[in-house]
Design a binder for this molecule. Structure first.
Ligand code: NAP
Length: 490
C-alpha cells in the first residue's frame, strides 16, 4: 500500500480544533481517510465522541458574546485576511481535497479558491448590517429593528463538495457574528480541517470557529441535540436531514436543510443542441456526477431526440476521460466510495433490466490503473422506464437517464413527478415556454439555456424533499440573523 502515511512529507496529522487548540480524540481513536483512486491511506483524523462535541459547543457558546459584539468592520477585516491566506494556500488545500475526495486536481483548485471568494463575498456584508427606524402610533414612542446573530451554529457537511459547502455556512455565520462548530464528512475531513486552521490563523478569537470529527451516526445526535446550539446548517442526504429535523424539534432549534436532488432538464424542439449537449455533459459528469445540482433526468421533445442522444453519447464517450484526479488531463475521477459506485451501478442495472438501452459507458473502465479505485465510465441510457430507480431516486454518479416527452406540459408534469425540487433547466428559444417552465417547475432554481452554476449573488436552496432555507446571496446571510424589534419610549 505504498509509504506509511506517517513517513510521508504531506502527512499533517489532522486534528480537531476546539477553543483555539488542535486536539486529538480523548479516546485516542482515529479514522483512516482513504484515497478513492487507489485505496491508500491519505491521513487519519481523530474519532471524536460526545464529550468533544460538548467541549466544542461550550467553547462556541463562550466565544459568542464577544464575537457578536465585535464591530462588523473588525469581523470583515478578519475575513479578508483569512481570504488572502486561503488563496495563498490553494495548491496545498486542493491537493488534499483530490487525495481524499477523488476529484481532478484542476476542479479541486476551483473549489479551494471558492472558499476565499466566499469569505470575501460575506465579509462585504459584515460591516453593512443595519436595521430600521419605524414610526409608531404613540407620539412618544418609536420602533427599531435590529439584526442580531442567531448564536451558536452547528454546520454539518457532506463529501461531494466539502469546501464549497463548508464555506456556504461558515462565511455567512462569521459575518453575522455567530460562532460555529463544524463537522465535516468522515471521508473528507482533511482539506476542510486545513482550511479552517488557516482561517483561524489570522487571529480569529479562540472558540469562534471549531471543528469536531467522527461518524455522524455516532456523534450526530450529540451535535444536533445540544441545548446550547441555536441553529443547524446541514447539507447531505434527505434521510439524514429528516432525522436532524426531528431531533432539532426537541429544543426548537432552527434548521437549514440542503438535501438531495434529481434535477430535470427539458430540451425543446427549438433548442441549440450543440450547447445543450455540452451543458448536459458538464451537468451530469462534473465531479463524477456526485453533485446536488446536476442534470439527473433529461426530457427531450421527440423532434430533436435522436440528434440529442447521438451527440450526448458521443460526448460521454470522447470528452470525459476517467482516471486518478492527480493525473494531468483527467476530467472525471473515481466515485468517492465503493458503496457509492455499487449504488449507481445497481440503479443502472435496474433500468437495463426493465428495458433501458445503454448508449455510452454503463461499465467500469478496464486496465491496471483502474483496478484499485472506484471508477465508472460516463454513462448515458435511453428508453428508461419512468418507474425505474433512475427516474424516481437520486442518481449520485455519472449516469444519465433520458426520457422522451410529447410537449412542454408533458415535460413539466414529468419533471415535477419527483419528490425532490432542487434545480431544473429548460433549453428553448421561445420566451413563452421559458417563462412557463420558470413559473411551473417545482425547484429552487431554474436555468434557461444555461448550466447549473449557483451564483454567489442569487439565493440557492431546495423545495419539497430537497430541503428548505437558503445559502448564497443576502438571503444566505439572513439565515444567520435574527430580526429583533425594539420599542423606545421617551
Ligand atoms: P450524508 O450521509 O447525509 O452525510 C452528510 C453529513 O452528515 C456528513 O458529515 C455525515 O457524517 C453527517 N451525518 C451522517 N449521519 C448523521 C446523523 N445521524 N446526524 C448528524 N449528522 C450525520 O450525505 P452524503 O452522502 O455525505 O452527501 C450526499 C448527499 O448530499 C446527496 O444526497 C446530495 O444530493 C446531498 N447534497 C445536497 C446539497 C444541497 O445543497 N442541497 C449539496 C451537496 C450535497 P459522516 O460522514 O461521518 O457519516
Amino acid at each position: 500500500m505504498g509509504v506509511p502515511p506517517t513517513e510521508r512529507e504531506d502527512f499533517f496529522m489532522a486534528t480537531m480544533l476546539i477553543d483555539g487548540q488542535t486536539v486529538a480524540a480523548q479516546t485516542g481513536k482515529t479514522i483512516e481517510v482513504r484515497n478513492p483512486a487507489n485505496g491508500e491511506v491519505v491521513d487519519t483524523i481523530p474519532k471524536g465522541s460526545a464529550s468533544e462535541v460538548d467541549a466544542a459547543v461550550e467553547a462556541a457558546a463562550k466565544a459568542l458574546p464577544a464575537w457578536a459584539s465585535l464591530s462588523g468592520a473588525k469581523r470583515a477585516a478578519f475575513m479578508h485576511a483569512a481570504a488572502a491566506k486561503v488563496k495563498a494556500a490553494v495548491p496545498e488545500i486542493a491537493k488534499l481535497l483530490t487525495l481524499e475526495q477523488g476529484k481532478p486536481l484542476a476542479h479541486a483548485v476551483i473549489e479551494a479558491t471558492r472558499v476565499a471568494e466566499n469569505l470575501e463575498f460575506f465579509a462585504g456584508f459584515a460591516d453593512k448590517l443595519r436595521g430600521d427606524y419605524v414610526p409608531l402610533e404613540d407620539q412618544n414612542k418609536f420602533g427599531l429593528t435590529m439584526r442580531r446573530p442567531v448564536g451558536v451554529v452547528v454546520a454539518i457537511t457532506p463529501w461531494n463538495f466539502p469546501l464549497t459547502l463548508m464555506a456556504n455556512k461558515v462565511c455567512p455565520a462569521l459575518a453575522a457574528g455567530c460562532t460555529v462548530v463544524l463537522k465535516p464528512a468522515s471521508t473528507t475531513p482533511l482539506a476542510t480541517q486545513r482550511t479552517i486552521e488557516i482561517i483561524n490563523s489570522v487571529g480569529i478569537p479562540a472558540g469562534v470557529l471549531n471543528t469536531v470529527h467522527g461518524p455522524g451516526s455516532e456523534i450526530g445526535d450529540a451535535l444536533v441535540s445540544h441545548p446550547k446550539v441555536n441553529k443547524i446548517a446541514f447539507t447531505g442526504q434527505t434521510e439524514t436531514g429528516k432525522r436532524i429535523m426531528k431531533l432539532a424539534a426537541d429544543n426548537v432549534t432552527r434548521v437549514t436543510l440542503e438535501l438531495g436532488g434529481s434535477d430535470p432538464m427539458i430540451v425543446c424542439d427549438d433548442a441549440d443542441i450543440r450547447r445543450a449537449t455540452a451543458a448536459t455533459a458538464i451537468g451530469r459528469f462534473f465531479n463524477a456526477g456526485q453533485a446536488c445540482l446536476a442534470v439527473k433526468r433529461v426530457y427531450l421533445f421527440e423532434q430533436i431526440a435522436e440528434e440529442f442522444m447521438a451527440k450526448i453519447a458521443d460526448r460521454a464517450r470522447k470528452e470525459w476521460p476517467v482516471g486518478d484526479g492527480m493525473k494531468e488531463g483527467v476530467k472525471m475521477g473515481p466515485l468517492h466510495t465503493e458503496r457509492q459506485r455499487a449504488e449507481v451501478e445497481s440503479q443502472v442495472a435496474d433500468a437495463v433490466k426493465r428495458g433501458a438501452k445503454v448508449l455510452a459507458g454503463g461499465k467500469r473502465p478496464e486496465g491496471k490503473e483502474f483496478e484499485k479505485g472506484w471508477y465508472m465510465e460516463a454513462t448515458v441510457l435511453r428508453d428508461v422506464p419512468e418507474d425505474s430507480r433512475m427516474a424516481t431516486e437520486e442518481v449520485f454518479g455519472p449516469a444519465l437517464p433520458i426520457f422522451i416527452v410529447k410537449d412542454l406540459d408533458d415535460a413539466i408534469a414529468k419533471a415535477n413527478s419527483s419528490v425532490y425540487g432542487l434545480g431544473s433547466s429548460i433549453w428553448t428559444k421561445d420566451l413563452a415556454k421559458a417563462r412557463k417552465a420558470a413559473e411551473l417547475l417545482e425547484a429552487g432554481y431554474t436555468w434557461i439555456n444555461d448550466i447549473q452554476v449557483a451564483y454567489d449573488q442569487l439565493p440557492f436552496g431546495g423545495t419539497k424533499q430537497s430541503g428548505f432555507g437558503k445559502e448564497h446571496g443576502i438571503e444566505g446571510l439572513d439565515g444567520y440573523l435574527e430580526k429583533k424589534s425594539v420599542v423606545l419610549a421617551y
